[in-house]
Structures are given as structure tokens and as C-alpha cells.
Write a new protein. Structure first.
Length: 510
């Protein structure tokens, strides 16, 4: 059967969602991105087929009606229309609604004849057309600015809307995000109301994630992405397979976050000892806030001391979930720990690069597990992750960083071993830990003297897999293209010591 297929995709979404330093606007933007594939899509379809009764999540058969949803997921949607002219009408109606209700969101659209019996080949051709359309045309997604209107400091667009909450004029883009944040929080609280009860709630303010005031406070921006999902979707041979896989992966992500949330609440007496918990409306504010939650990825923010730990809990929960193709699930995470007031978008970009670096390590190791990478930005930073590490984390001996790490392995990159060894190193006097940090950047003789001194004082440095020379702080490891390099895990231990829950380190025996 031949139909007209419409493939719609969102463009530059990360910049739209994370372009503000106001968490409320990030949350509202994330909600609006979801809305373009739900309520706005339904509204556009109803404008074309006013008598058609349908549920966007209740997939039926295109043969029996003029319109059908193929699938929605991964930032795009596939729609089927029996008539080409109706497909064109939908595109006009949908993009008009985006301009009016979600200004600033950029999308790309492709439509062409689609043979349902040749689903895989037809879908590949449609994606190829979509890529070409993206390269050729940049849509106008904001009404043109007025020559006499002042510029919104948050978005750079014309200040044209009076926002009562802000008590000032802002752009239509910023206003839509702020209004979207209200609905975003309402939906989130409703989804997890059984866990939150009357005791807990979420915040819309980066300042309320648990940072201790009048200290050098940090937040953790965590981006986690499922491994190999693109290939798994490409391996699907039918529309039904894609639908099932999309639903099961989305469910797995939400279930994993639900388990993380349950873990935080059940262990809150320990979490409370790590951070400065705030209250609002007589409810305790949790030190975590999801921004993107769905599909095969999640982005959340938390107090800086908790981000790596929360990422680990989520990844472990995700591994226990099941997908419709019966293949195991795994993920990679990037955790960027930045100062609270640091530009949020740059922090998110760093988290994305860290996640990509973890995926790259996983690929190089020919591994099928879950990996994570982290970076502590004590001040400002510029450049890519590679540029930062090449310029600031090299010594005469080799690499100061051993990361990324893998969850649950017996090999040298085992994350649990890192935490065990960090707990042992934490028992050293603070001055000696500071001295070790300096020694790591010096020559082999300095390392030998330091190790001998600690042994004399009956303090043994934590050992690790691959360490052959008992006086060395570095080991030989394989880098890109199996090139031999020298690396040390001790610097990782020193850094993560400040950004991992101390109650977990205290529980471990030296």
C-alpha cells in the first residue's frame, strides 16, 4: 500500500533547551519540545480532520482512516496520510502553531510517497530527504523583531510580552518557556506523586539543589544516553517493531529514574547529611531535578556532590530494564560539575562531550557495558573537553586522568575500585593528599620519595590493577590506536573525593 509519509524532526534542540541560565526556562523549553509532538501535533491534525477521533498514543491501521501516527521518539515523528494534499495542509498548520505557541523551536520536515510493504527502504529514503532539507533550509521560527523594540537580555529577541511573574517585558520565546515550566512541574509532580507524597517536591531554581551557602557551591549537570540505540532502531524491519522498541525504551528510562528517585527518598537521612536541604510550602526540596526525561536519554541537575553517585544509580537501574528486542540495555554518562552561576549551556555542552568520550572509550575497549566520565570545573573554562584536558591534565610522566570508568568490571577501569581506593586515600592527612596532587605532576624520583615516606609512616597508598612497580604512581596503559601511554588514577581519586557522598566513602574499610 502506498501512502504519503511525513517525517518531522527538531533541530538545535539542545541550544533551545539549555540556552538559559535560569532552570525554570530550561524546564519550560524541555516541556515545549515534548508538546510539539503531542498536544500541538494533535491540534494540527484536528484542524485538518475535524471529525476524526484519535488518540496520538493509540496506534491503529492507516488502511482504515485518513491519518495515522507511525511512531514518535528519538526527537522525531513519522506520520502517514492517505492523501498528499492533506499531508501538505498538516505541515502548514503544524508549523503555524509552532510559530504562535512555541516560538524559537526549529524543525525540519520531509514528505514523500511511502510503500508500507517496503518499510525499511522507504524509511531510509525519507531520512535521506530530511537530511537534505536540513542542509538547504533554515526556517523562520520567531516573528521578526520590531525596529523600535528593546532587546530581551535572556534571548536576544524583541521584548514584546509583559510577564506578570517577572514584572517586566520579555521576548515571546522567553515567555513561552516560563509558561511551559508551570505545566512541566505539574506533570512531573503528578507522575511521581506516589513517591513524593506530602513530604517531597522538586525545585525550579538552580540555587535550591542543596548547595551550602557562603561556600564555593557547585552543581552537577548529568547527561546519560543509551548505547547503540540508533543501530537497534535501524535493525527493525517493520513499523510495529519500531513502535514496540520506542515504547519499551521510553518506559525503561522512566522506570530507571523512578528507581533512582525511590533510592534517594529511602536513603534521605544520609543524603541530608551531605547537602543543605531547602523547604518550600512545608515540603522538602529534593537535590535533583530532571530536565529531559524520555526516549533513551536523560538530563538532570543535582547538587555537585551528588551528581556522579546519582548517575551511577540511574545507570544501574537502566541496565535492569528490558527492551522489546530482548537485548540488554546499557548507557554512558557525562557529569559536568560546575559552579552554580556558570553559564548553563556551556556546562551542558561539557556534559555531552563527557558522555561522548565515555562512548568512545567503550567503543575502543570493544565493551558492551555502561561507562561514565566526569569533569570538575573549579573555575571558568574554555575550549572543548579534549583541549581542556590536553592543556591542564598532562604531566612529564603522562596523563593525570584515568577516566572514563566502567560500571561493574574486574578490569583496570572499574568504577567500584576507584571508589574503594578513594575511601582508602581519604584516610590520609589532608596535607599529604595535597602533596600527592603536586607529586603527580613531578618526576619519577619525587613519586618514589613520596611512596617511601608514606610506607615509613605506615600509610600505604591504595593499590590498583596494572600497577607493577610499587614505587610508581603511573602505569602503562593503551591509548588511541593501541598507543602506549602512562596514566595515573590517583588524580581521579583526589578529585572525586570532594564530589562523592562522604557517607559512602566512610562505610568502606581500608
Amino acid at each position: 500500500m502506498k501512502v504519503c509519509a511525513v517525517l518531522i524532526d527538531s533541530v538545535s534542540i539542545q541550544k533551545y533547551v539549555f540556552g538559559s541560565n535560569k532552570l525554570k526556562e530550561n524546564l519550560g523549553a524541555s516541556y515545549l519540545v515534548q508538546e510539539i509532538y503531542s498536544s500541538l501535533l494533535s491540534k494540527a491534525v484536528s484542524g485538518i480532520f475535524p471529525d476524526l477521533k484519535f488518540d496520538i498514543n493509540d496506534w491503529k491501521d492507516i488502511q482504515n482512516q485518513p491519518f495515522e501516527v507511525g511512531y514518535i521518539g528519538g526527537g522525531n515523528a513519522l506520520l502517514f496520510f492517505k492523501e498528499e494534499n492533506k499531508a501538505k495542509e498538516f505541515i502548514k498548520e503544524w508549523t503555524k502553531l509552532l510559530l504562535l505557541e512555541t516560538p524559537g523551536i526549529k524543525t525540519a520536515v520531509a514528505y514523500k510517497e511511502f510503500v508500507l510493504e517496503k518499510f525499511k527502504d522507504s524509511l531510509q529514503e525519507l531520512f535521506k530527504l530530511l537530511r537534505n532539507n536540513k542542509a538547504k533550509y533554515i526556517p523562520q521560527t520567531v516573528l521578526p523583531r520590531h525596529g523600535i523594540t528593546a532587546e530581551c537580555s535572556r534571548s536576544g529577541y524583541s521584548m514584546e510580552v509583559w510577564n506578570h511573574g517577572e514584572e517586566k517585558y520579555i521576548s515571546s520565546v522567553t515567555n513561552a518557556k516560563i509558561e511551559g515550566s508551570v505545566m512541566a512541574k505539574k506533570e512531573l509532580l503528578n507522575e511521581f506523586k506516589d513517591l513524593l507524597g506530602e513530604d517531597f517536591t522538586f525545585t525550579d531554581d538552580l540555587e535550591e539543589l542543596g548547595q551550602i551557602k557562603e561556600q564555593d557551591s557547585h552543581i552537577a549537570i548529568v547527561h546519560i544516553d543509551g548505547n547503540g540505540m540508533g543501530k537497534r532502531f535501524q535493525a527493525c524491519n517493520s513499523l510495529e517493531e519500531i513502535r514496540r522498541l520506542s515504547l519499551s525504551v521510553n518506559k525503561a528510562t522512566k522506570n530507571a529514574f523512578r528507581e533512582l528517585l525511590g533510592e534517594i527518598i529511602s536513603d534521605f537521612h544520609n543524603i541530608d547529611s551531605e547537602v543543605a536541604i531547602s523547604k518550600r510550602d512545608n515540603k522538602t526540596i529534593l537535590p535533583i531535578r530532571p530536565i529531559i526525561l524520555g526516549g533513551d536519554d536523560i538530563t538532570f541537575v543535582s547538587d555537585g556532590k551528588l551528581g556522579i553517585y546519582f548517575a551511577k544509580l540511574f545507570m544501574e537501574a537502566f541496565e535492569k530494564e528490558e527492551a522489546s528486542d530482548n537485548k540488554p540495555l546499557s548507557s554512558c554518562a557525562g557529569i559536568a560539575i560546575t559552579k552554580t552561576k556558570f553559564p548553563f549551556y556551556r556546562g551542558y555542552e561539557l556534559a555531552e562531550q563527557l558522555c561522548s568520550n565515555a562512548k568512545k572509550k567503550r567503543h575502543n575497549e570493544k565493551d558492551d557495558g555502561s561507562w561514565l566520565d566526569f569533569h570538575m570545573a573549579y573555575g571558568g573554562f574554555s575550549g572543548t573537553l579534549k583541549e581542556i584536558r590536553d592543556s591542564h591534565y598532562k604531566s612529564d610522566r603522562g596523563d593525570l586522568l584515568f577516566r572514563p570508568y566502567r560500571l561493574h568490571t574486574k578490569e583496570e577501569y572499574d568504577f567500584d575500585s576507584l571508589i574503594n581506593n578513594t575511601a582508602k586515600l581519604k584516610k590520609f592527612p589532608r596535607l599529604k593528599i595535597k602533596e600527592l596532587r603536586e607529586v603527580l605532576t613531578e618526576g619519577e624520583e619525587s613519586a618514589r620519595k613520596f611512596v617511601i615516606e608514606q610506607k615509613y609512616r605506615e600509610r600505604n597508598l591504595p593499590d590498583f590493577s596494572g600497577r607493577n612497580d610499587k614505587f610508581s604512581l603511573y602505569i602503562s596503559s593503551k591509548g588511541e590506536k593501541n598507543k602506549e601511554i602512562m596514566k595515573t588514577p590517583y588524580f581521579d581519586m583526589i578529585e572525586i573525593m570532594e564530589f562523592y557522598p562522604s557517607f559512602l566513602l566512610k562505610e568502606r574499610k581500608a
